[in-house]
Design a protein around this ligand. Structure first.
Ligand SMILES: Cc1cc2nc3c(=O)[nH]c(=O)nc-3n(C[C@H](O)[C@H](O)[C@H](O)COP(=O)(O)OP(=O)(O)OC[C@H]3O[C@@H](n4cnc5c(N)ncnc54)[C@H](O)[C@@H]3O)c2cc1C
Length: 100
């Protein structure tokens, strides 16, 4: 079975972890779970250039959606992680779906 890395939260750090995994030639699966309905994005421009209408949503993204278009990448936006069982290496969301 392929190795799977589960990333909880789809913020700037999560997006950057995915970039690093690619750069380091990680070839296992990646499951990204975030409670917001957005691709990983930078927040500082939200209260500045984006608010002023000077930036499109795409310019906020760490990577464009096509970056995640890979059979080994699973995205779960709008999903809240409720618990993490370190011993069992399992992450469980609020709907009781398990990821490992
Ligand atoms: C409007 C605004 C302007 C800012 N401006 C600046 C600035 O000018 N300079 C600066 O240095 N910093 C600024 N910051 C702060 C900067 O954006 C943060 O430091 C940065 O976003 C942190 O990134 P992160 O990925 O660590 O965390 P976050 O961006 O907080 O990402 C964490 C993600 O995890 C998700 N999450 C949390 N718990 C769960 C769970 N249980 N299940 C699923 N998902 C979960 C959250 O919804 C979130 O999307 C600003 C922040 C905001 C909001």
């Amino acid at each position: 079975m392929k190795k799977n890395i589960v990333i909880v939260g789809a913020g700037h750090a999560a997006g950057q972890v995915m970039v690093m995994l690619r750069q380091k030639k990680y070839d296992g699966k990646i499951t990204l779970i975030g409670e917001e309905e957005h691709y990983p994005h930078q927040r500082p421009p939200l209260s500045k250039k984006f608010l002023a209408g000077e930036l499109s949503v795409e310019r906020l993204y760490i990577k464009l959606p096509s970056f995640y278009d890979n059979p080994d990448v699973e995205l779960h936006f709008g999903t809240t992680v409720a618990s993490i069982d370190l011993a069992d290496k399992t992450v469980v969301d609020a709907d009781n779906n398990a990821y490992r």
